[in-house]
Write a protein of this length. Structure first.
Length: 424
């Protein structure tokens, strides 16, 4: 993590402000600017935790903030401890503790054993920039609080970041949701991450008890796999984790031959390849079309690469898909509030009927992909390869990257699709 001080700016400051807010040492606006109010909160936190009170956020302070980024602490059981006492001391619930520690009895706790204590806030924030570091904190926190969520790494990015996958459920009906193929569509990552956290909390009986029968049925019938950030390097560029002056920022800026807004116009990975033009589904035609449009070399968008599956991120997605038996896939993108459900003349059984159901629960129109864009995408390849329903969901309206202020509406529009896809 970056060393932060008065005057620092960027997504790490947003993380700091979020953690301090959760720790009840910051009451200001989360704006990514390390000003006097943020410094005061940092000093208060350092003082309360017996750290060097210098207002600098380095490795020791970041380590102390870790529970407020992941949503849990570890506690060694002492003589006389009870679950109810531990819940009261940490402002959490008995249900949250027993969920995080399967098999833990209400009495006669095993002295000396270390257990997980969930804290009193949701793990996944939905009001700040979603960087790769934030994603790793969320993956760790969800796994600790909900051990029935499985986590895995399916590959790595150009710059070596592990590409995470999560799974929930134990049913034979396998479905897969992916997000952030495109860097400046990163708002789709908190959409799918918020969904899995909400699902886990409802299934565990910790939230919205009236919905638990639905989610318990879904858990038994289906397994949902989620790849929340296909393009972590590109996302970190757009959200500011690579600051101006850094080697990555400056190298990619020199590739912006299209003179798009930088870094906000960046869709590609760290080699300037558009990952959603990387799949072997009329890739040659995609190359012909994009080259005719002027996208002939690595850059911020629409360069198809040297050949299909040339990039580590698209290879990881293809291999992950081949290793499973997905009945259906959802690929989350922005913007337009439409559902692309078809690839050329392929018509997998029930694909249009399911698209109509998605329209009914979301309000998004289901439409055919425009001819010039109907090539080499993940959805296209999945339909072609497996003759099963695959969908591209274009969320929100406006110019990418969409502001995080749109999250609430996007999530409300899509919760029905995310739930229904596991049942159809």
């Amino acid at each position: 993590m970056e060393l932060l001080r008065l005057g620092s700016r960027g997504p790490d400051v947003e993380l700091l402000q979020t953690a301090l807010t959760r720790a009840r040492h910051f009451w200001g606006v989360i704006d990514g600017i390390f000003g006097p109010v943020t410094r005061r909160g940092t000093l208060d936190f350092q003082n309360a935790n017996r750290l060097t009170t210098d207002g600098l956020v380095g490795p020791v302070t970041w380590a102390a903030l870790h529970p407020y980024l992941t949503g849990y602490i570890r506690r060694t059981i002492a003589p006389g401890d009870t679950i109810s006492d531990l819940a009261r001391q940490n402002n959490t619930t008995i249900g949250a503790i027993t969920t995080a520690n399967p098999g833990l009895g209400a009495t006669n706790l095993p002295i000396g054993e270390q257990i997980v204590i969930p804290l009193d806030f949701d793990v996944v924030p939905t009001n700040i920039s979603f960087t790769y570091n934030l994603l790793t904190f969320c993956v760790e926190g969800l796994r600790a609080r909900y051990p029935f969520i499985e986590t895995n790494v399916i590959g790595s990015s150009v710059l070596g970041k592990p590409i995470h996958a999560l799974a929930i459920g134990k049913g034979q009906n396998q479905v897969m949701y992916n997000a952030s193929h495109h860097a400046n569509e990163w708002i789709t990552t908190p959409v799918v991450m918020r969904f899995i956290e909400e699902y886990a909390a409802i299934y565990a009986g910790l939230d919205l008890p009236m919905l638990r029968p639905v989610y318990a049925d879904m858990y038994e019938k289906s397994t949902i796999y989620i790849v929340p950030m296909v393009n972590p390097d590109g996302v970190d560029l757009v959200t500011g984790a690579y600051a101006p002056g850094s080697d990555v920022y400056e190298a990619l800026k020199t590739m912006n031959y299209l003179r798009l807004p930088f870094p906000g116009g960046w869709k590609a990975n760290a080699r300037g390849v558009d990952l959603n033009l990387q799949y072997p589904a009329t890739w040659d035609l995609a190359k012909e079309i994009k080259f005719a449009q002027g996208f002939t070399k690595p850059g911020p968008r629409d360069y198809v690469g040297e050949h299909p599956l040339s990039e580590p991120e698209s290879i990881a997605m293809a291999e992950f898909t081949r290793a499973h038996d997905f009945r259906l896939t959802l690929s989350y993108h922005t913007q337009g509030e439409v559902i692309y459900w078809r690839y050329r003349d392929f018509l997998p059984p029930q694909s249009e009927e399911i698209a109509k159901l998605f329209t009914r629960v979301s309000g998004y129109l289901h439409v055919q992909t425009p001819y010039l864009s109907d090539n080499a995408g993940y959805k296209d390849w999945f339909i072609k390869e497996y003759n099963r329903p695959g969908y591209t969901i274009e969320c929100g309206l406006g110019v990418n990257p969409l502001p995080i202020s749109q999250f609430g509406r996007i999530y409300r529009d899509n919760i029905g699709i995310l739930t229904l896809a596991a049942f159809v």
